[in-house]
Design a protein around this ligand. Structure first.
Ligand code: NAP
Length: 314
């Protein structure tokens, strides 16, 4: 329920771990809370097969953790609406209007927790063969690649974690990475190196995804020599990082060169009453643990803003 005059105390953009934690804390502070989500509640964890580094769960499926976070926030009184946010207006008098595909919502405070989406390779064939062998979600599509050859592009945690998941189905998983060293956690690198179904092509990038109706191969290019060659593959899973979802924000909300909303550890942006939590904010470590930390901080910062409290430490 919205508060006085249909105005929510807090509208949260995005129902990933940051947004759902902000919702939980704000609702427990007895603020009226609306969370807006354009895709699956849970954000990136909704499409993560297995999570092994969220304390308290030795292993939990991403969608299960997402459902638990959503249920917990809603049980405290937060409302979740499925809608894509198209804009944010900062009206005089401190009231903010969040414009969405399902109508406008007004709020006294806004938490931007819109996260990021998979970065595209940006090569010919990628868009045309998307859903026909090109996929950005191993958890969703892995089962379609039973006994097939797949390549996973990237050298970070996502490439290794999702590559490992794909070994359940694929005949072979080849990690294609532009450098010779990986930024993925050593534990994941060790697991992949030891796996009999996994091979590596390093120092190479995908230049083109090939195939008529479906993916049949990729053309690779060696970064140093410029040599190109084709490699057979029926699936291509790019895991080359993420692009922040910040295009809907007005110019008043400052962003860095990567498009992330400029906000420090206290989650405050330069605009009073607007906070940024989770992957949308510049930070050293992007994990569920750091996203939930941001969410709780943002909710408390919003509460302090709404009640006129100045100190932000407990
Ligand atoms: P990431 O850590 O930014 O890694 C992206 C990878 O893609 C890097 O290896 C990068 O190469 C490569 N890359 C970037 N642009 C490329 C391009 N145009 N062509 C070819 N390769 C390109 O992204 P991520 O793996 O999606 O992870 C995002 C965040 O989530 C990270 O902070 C990660 O730790 C976290 N995460 C954690 C877990 C976990 O804890 N289990 C699981 C998933 C994600 P370079 O190395 O050469 O830059």
């Amino acid at each position: 329920m919205a508060g006085d005059g249909g105005i929510f105390d807090v509208v949260i953009v995005g129902a990933g771990p940051a947004g759902l934690t902000a919702a939980l804390y704000a609702a427990r502070a007895r603020l009226t809370v609306l969370v807006l989500e354009k895709g699956l509640p849970g954000g990136q964890i909704a499409t993560t097969n297995e999570i092994e580094n969220y304390p308290g769960y030795r292993s939990i499926a991403g969608p299960d953790l997402a459902a638990r976070m959503q249920e917990q926030a809603e049980a405290q009184g937060a409302r979740l609406e499925m809608a894509e946010v198209a804009g944010l207006s900062l009206d005089a008098g401190g009231i903010k209007t969040v414009r969405t595909t399902a109508g406008d919502y007004r709020a006294r405070a806004v938490v931007i927790a819109s996260g990021s989406e998979p970065r595209r390779l940006g090569v010919p064939g990628e868009e045309r063969l998307r859903g026909r062998g090109v996929s950005y979600c191993a958890t969703c599509d892995g089962a379609f690649f039973q006994d097939k050859e797949v390549i996973v592009v990237g050298g970070g945690d996502s490439a290794f974690q999702e590559g490992l998941f794909l070994t359940r189905y694929a005949r072979r998983v080849t990690i294609v990475h532009r450098r010779d060293t990986f930024r993925a956690q050593p534990v994941l690198v060790e697991k992949m190196r030891a796996h009999p179904k996994v091979s590596f092509v390093t120092g190479a990038v995908v230049e083109e995804v090939l195939g008529d109706e479906r993916v049949e191969a990729v053309r690779l290019r060696h970064v140093k020599t410029g040599e190109t060659w084709e490699m057979r593959a029926e699936g291509v899973f790019p895991y080359i990082g993420h692009v922040p979802n910040s295009a809907f924000l007005p110019d008043e909300i400052e962003r860095d060169e990567q498009g992330r909303v400029v906000a420090g550890e206290d989650t405050r942006t330069g605009v009073p009453g607007v906070f940024a939590a989770g992957d949308i904010r510049p930070k050293m470590l992007r994990q569920i643990t750091t996203a939930v930390a941001d969410g709780s901080t943002a909710a408390m910062a919003a509460e302090h803003y709404l009640t006129g409290t100045t100190s932000l430490s407990y």
